[in-house]
Every structure is written in structure tokens, then in C-alpha cells.
Ligand binder design. Sequence first.
Ligand code: ADP
Length: 487
Amino acid sequence: MRILFVASEAYPLIKTGGLADVAGALPVALAEAGEDVRLLLPAYPDALDRLKDKERGAHLGDPIGVGEVKLINGRLPGGDGPGGDGPGNGVPVSLVHCPPLYDRPGNPYLGPDGRDWPDNHLRFGLLSRVAAMLGVSSETGMARPDIIHANDWQTGLVPAYLRHWGGPIPATVFTVHNLAYQGRFPGETIGPLGLPRAYMSMHGLEFNGDLSFLKAGLYYSDRITTVSPTYAHEIQTDGEGQGFQGLLRARDKDLVGILNGEDDRIWDPAHDPDIHHPFSSARLSGKALDKSDLQREMGLEERAGFMLFGVISRFAEQKGIDLVLEAVSDIVANGGQVAMLGSGEPALEEACRVAARSHPGRVAVRVGFDESLAHRMQAGCDSLLMPSRFEPCGLSQLYALRYGTLPVVRHTGGLADTVVDAGDRENGTGFVFWDPNIAEFQGALHRAMALYRQPGLWQEMQRRAMGQDFSWRRAAEGYRRLYRGLI
Ligand code: ADP
């Protein structure tokens, strides 16, 4: 099957979160399973720099009146660590080159002031439109795909354009990585995007008076997937459907949850170029050395006996960072340390800095995005905290399991599907609590700290966690089945 996979970020070209991990790994797994996959992304400066084997592609004219658009074709770098040349890399990539929209440094969604770029509707409208153009025209120099697989709101207009243009069109799959990001813009933006005004209705793109790119994906795609079975169920409920539950319930038969995988080319403690002391479930000793390295790097007291909790996260309400901050004093009082890496809401960033200043040597924070430090934290921490209010899949807990960094998670979305509570003696891999309140979270933390004081039991659980299989191969099979059903 020929598949065009379109997304707004893909590791290692550009990354702000889990979507990039998925878009950098699933196409590789599909290619390894024998599918003909191409990835489509905007030509951000970082993505252009990192693309391998660059060459000029088709000229596409000026489809939305902001400037000439052309494709730059190349291959995905990857495998055996960032920028590496190991197996599995080389998936074909096309970047949508339109300098007035994409030639901007830094974060793909936000300007230097931390706000959304004001023309994001055009930036991601164009991405969607180019994907749809590749779906209907062979003048682009590329064979037409059988399937276009679009991801999150930034690509939600793909099936809307295809529906509008009609004719023989590829089947579409739309994956929701996070329903909270809805790509909402004033209704009048529909004109410049080249879609008919009649589409601005309840039976179309309209969502509470706005145009929603996410709604377009949910409404017009042939199939909807989301990134874990539990989240697929949750988003159909009034509590968690963010206003889309009615539409999602109506499309129940077209909606499936396929659990994300974990990229063991990139996240493998035995072969991780970012850590100094490799380790494995058979030889855990390196992990203790990685822990002292991390304590030193973060300016934490270098003591093996302090249980070190880590947070690697966007600082957003979704992630329950406020619960971590509430729990910090108790963790410290019980002989623990907390290392935090993240960025996002300024108030949370500041609150983390205050926590670090209040507990020198015991609490540390790095505000920013640092892929390499994220690896050293997964390796050096004893436990990863993810008290998320909702979590479509969550990848950080999968990496934590792989690194024997037993996660403390809330029972929601993909966290519920991937972490088994320690109360299950045979299968436990972490610590699970149910309600997002401080008492329940602290209960789980105390259970973690108690088990940590029993090294034999702790190591047994670490080994079990490290042996879990969340491979992309399994996930890719799920998507292949879905694609086959569509063509
Ligand atoms: P989400 O996609 O909601 O942000 P996930 O758990 O699915 O959450 O994926 C998060 C990904 O982003 C992981 O690869 C994690 O290591 C990475 N990440 C998050 N914040 C940072 C940061 N500040 N620095 C480096 N990596 C980060």
C-alpha cells in the first residue's frame, strides 16, 4: 500500500512532544513491514537542516495566495540514536517549502512571545492542502497514495479538501493525539483557505461558532483513530469528550484506539549515546552511576539513598504539574528528591523554580526543551511522575518502563493501558492512582517510597518493567489492518 503520512512534527526533524515521536517511528515501522510510506511536513528551518539526501521536488504554484510553494524531497535520518545511520532510517520525506509561512526559527506553533503564530490557520491549512493535492494529482512527480494518514488538528483539513474536490480520492485516516488542541479560528478564515462557506456548519467544520481544523478531521475522514484503547473510550464520554463526544459517539464504528509504540532505536538504556553508564535488566549497576551523574548535573545532593523522582513534561494543566508541586514538601520530608525538565505555562515554570529554590539540593528544575537531558533523566531517576488529568497515550511512561524508572501514574488514557499497579504482585510495573487529588497521589508516592526501601522487590519490578514489549511493530500491524480495510 502507498501511504502518505502527514504531520506537523516528526523526530528527529523537529519535536515538541509525543506526536513527533510517533511520526518519526510509525512510518519507519510501516516501511519495515513492507509498505510504501512517505512523510509530509512543513519545511521549518530545523527540518530542512536535518533532512537527508535533499533534492528539489515539484512546484505547486501558489495554492492559498501567500507565496510560491514547492516540495523538497529527502529522507528521514535516524536509527541508532539521534542523527544516526542505523537500520530503519531512510523513509522518504517531502517538506512543504513556503518561506513566508515556515521560515521561522524555534517552536513550530509559537512565536518568540510564547503565543500561537497569528497565521497558523494558513500555515497548517497549506500543509493540509498540499497533502490533499498529493492525493489527487500525479503531476507532483509522485505516485498517488492509497491512504492519507493525517495527525491532529494541523492536518485536519486534509479530508475536507478531498471531499470538496471530489473525484477519485485516497482513503483518509485521522489520528487524534490530543483532543484538547482543536485548531480553532474565526469562521471567516474559511475563505482564504479555499473551502466553501457552506462547510461552516454543524455538519462540517463549525464548532461552537468557530472553524475547527480538528472537527474537520473528525467529521470528514474515513476512519478516526486515537492513540490508546482507553482514550478512545474516554473521548466518547461527556466528561472527557471536550465537546466532540456527540460526533465521536455517532462515528463510533469508525473509531479505534491503537496503542502507540516505543522506539527502541532511540530509547534503549543499553545503547543510549546520551548516558555514560549503559545498563540492562540483566546488569542494572550502570543505573546507579547514571543517578549520581544526574544528581550532580542537576545540582542535587549526590546521595544514593535519596529516592529520585523525575518529571519530563510539557508544563500544562493536563499533566498535573500542580499536583507534583503540592507533593514536593512531602517527598522531601520522606527522603526523596525531585528533578523536573519541562516548559510551557509561565506560571507553572515559575512555581517549579520556586520549589527548587525552597528545597536546594533536593529539588531541581530545568526550564526548556532538552532531548539529551530527557534521556539522562530517564536513566538516572528511580521513578517518573505522570499524574496527568488526561493522557491520550503518553510516551514518557513507556520510556520510563524501559529504563527501569518505575512510573507513578494516574489511571487515565494510555497510562491506564500501559502501567500495572504494584498491588498486582505478578504483573506490577508501577504505581497507579485514580482520582486527580493530592491525597490519592501522595498515597501512590508513599507506596512507591515503601517499595523502594525493599531493594529486592524494587529490582524485581524494574526487571519486569524493562521487559515489557510496546513495540511499534505491533502498532504498525494495527494500522495496516485498518488501511487494508479501507482500500
Ligand atoms: P505529550 O505528547 O502530551 O507532550 P508524551 O508523553 O506523549 O506527551 O510525549 C512527550 C515526549 O516529549 C517524550 O518524548 C518526552 O521525552 C518529550 N519531552 C517532553 N518535554 C520535554 C522537555 N522539556 N525536554 C525534552 N523532551 C521533552
